[in-house]
Design a protein around this ligand. Structure first.
Ligand code: PHE
Length: 477
């Protein structure tokens, strides 16, 4: 069945949907902890610089390539480079990447839903015990939660771009924002909360090592959903009359504002739990922070609010994270779904069924990576594994490759592709659509220069540096 392409219903709808994709677990947890550990406002400064000088141009490249080609990433690379195997490989990577991210993000979302249901079921006290998470991730209920999350995402995507993705974002994003602000205001009234704010906002430039800068850049890139094919796909659903430059800027501002605000929630909460917290000791992984540390923080509210009060606050926090995770998950699964629709001219439901089934099968491998199946738990040897041991699980491998490493490579490829293969003049023309002031602006000069020169080089450097440090225990800089 051949279908004509769907589009977002309004400019605001597009911006909300793109922001809904960008705002995720990375903003709510990853950013605050990284910022606190790595120099507070100094980290924020580098992060913001990178968002506006590097990420916004890359987002503009992705959106324009999508809008001009009216295809998702796979089709877009093919259309603009019909006979070039390197670019077909780029297209392949930009569909494989979201597929694999969807796999591990689905697992995280399933855990978050599970935690929310446990909290609502009155189990916060048990959840604050150190052994809880270990037994939770090997529990059979996960399979039930998996079905619930998968069904929710599938139903949303079944309704398509306007009635599914856009409508979901229009409901969940304002709710998320409202809950976030309410939680911040509440947490700031707690004792010692301002110790957290201080730790978060006082700049410490001595912490800015090259590794930290590398980390800030990767975090920003991930947070804006770049290198995942999402913005190419969403660009293809965008209205020709909308300004791409302005839309990209608004999405970046919304995403950064949410990340910043989340810092005003997470750190004061941690400090009011224990005023002597040393953020250097906070776990480096967002996963263990959310699932092992935060339940303790919420349980500590029992002293002042009672058990029901503490449970309510914890539940609101997890609903917030769940909304952020679901909207990101929806956007990322749309990429391979759209690729199948474009490629095989198949209908939305059939593509959804194929991709959904494949994602669920691979994510089952992740779910059982935590002890349920030895093959997946001890999957492979690399990086800091001792010789002869398979210390990395299937889940670790997917996270290391597709979350930590590959995005900057995809980003560098799309920049070079847009500027040198699709060509600057076509790119420029697409950016002029819906934006009378773009032509001749400083922005135009900056975008044209940077995307063809230092942005892809910088992204490539981040990619190589991450490969060396993740997989070979060394680094470039
Ligand atoms: N921007 C998201 C986040 O911060 C990243 C993401 C987007 C992950 C889409 C998955 C899907 O968590």
């Amino acid at each position: 069945m051949s279908t004509s392409r769907e589009h977002f219903g309004s400019r605001l709808g597009f911006i909300l949907a793109a922001a809904a994709s960008a705002v995720g677990i990375g903003n709510l947890v990853g950013f605050p902890v990284n910022a606190a550990k790595n120099g507070g406002a100094a980290f924020l400064f580098i992060y913001a610089l990178f968002v506006f000088l590097v990420c916004v141009p890359v987002m503009m490249a992705e959106l324009s390539a999508g809008r001009a080609s009216q295809r998702g990433p796979f089709g877009c690379y093919q259309l603009f480079a019909p006979k070039h195997p390197l670019w077909h490989f780029g297209g392949f990577l930009s569909v494989l990447t979201p597929f694999m991210i969807a796999v591990f993000y689905l697992v995280l979302t399933v855990w978050i839903l599970g935690f929310l249901l446990e909290i609502i079921g009155g189990n916060l006290r048990a959840m604050a015990e150190p052994e809880f998470f270990g037994s939770f991730i090997t529990g059979k209920s996960l399979f039930v939660y998996l079905v619930i999350v998968a069904a929710f995402v599938a139903i949303t995507l079944h309704f398509g771009v306007q009635k599914g993705i856009e409508r979901g974002a229009k409901i969940m994003m304002p709710a998320l924002f409202f809950m976030l602000v309410a939680m911040v205001l509440f947490i700031l009234t707690r004792d010692n909360a301002f110790a957290g704010v201080k730790y978060y906002l006082i700049p410490d430039f001595s912490k800015l090592t090259t590794q930290v800068i590398n980390g800030a850049m990767s975090q920003a890139f991930f947070s804006l959903s770049l290198g995942m094919g999402i913005m190419i796909t969403y660009g293809s659903y965008m209205d020709r009359q909308a300004s791409i430059a302005e839309s990209a800027r608004l999405v970046a501002i919304a995403d950064t504002a949410v990340a910043f605000t989340a810092g005003l929630l997470v750190l004061p909460a941690i400090f009011s739990f224990n005023p002597n917290t040393n953020p250097d000791e906070l776990s480096s992984s967002s996963v263990s922070l959310v699932f092992t540390f935060l339940p303790k923080v919420f349980l500590a509210l029992e002293a002042s609010l009672g058990y029901i009060g503490a449970t309510t606050v914890a539940a609101i926090f997890f609903i917030l994270v769940l909304f952020a995770a679901l909207t990101s998950l929806i956007s990322i699964i749309e990429v391979p779904v759209c690729a199948v629709m474009d490629q095989f001219k198949s209908g939305r439901n059939r593509s959804l069924l194929m991709i959904g089934a494949a994602i669920i099968v691979v994510s089952l491998g992740c779910v059982v990576s935590f002890g349920m199946a030895d093959f997946f738990t001890h999957f492979i040897n690399y990086g800091n594994c001792e010789a002869g041991t398979k210390c990395k699980s299937f889940f670790d491998l997917i996270i290391d490759v597709f979350y930590d490493t590959i995005l900057p490579l995809n980003g560098a490829l799309i920049c070079v592709f847009v500027v040198y293969q699709w060509k600057k003049r076509n790119f420029d023309k697409e950016l002029e659509n819906g934006d009378a002031d773009y032509k001749g602006s400083i922005m135009e000069k900056y975008i044209n220069f940077s995307l063809g020169t230092f942005i892809p080089l910088l992204l490539l450097l981040i990619f190589i540096n991450t490969v060396l440090s993740k997989f070979f225990g060394t680094s470039l800089i």
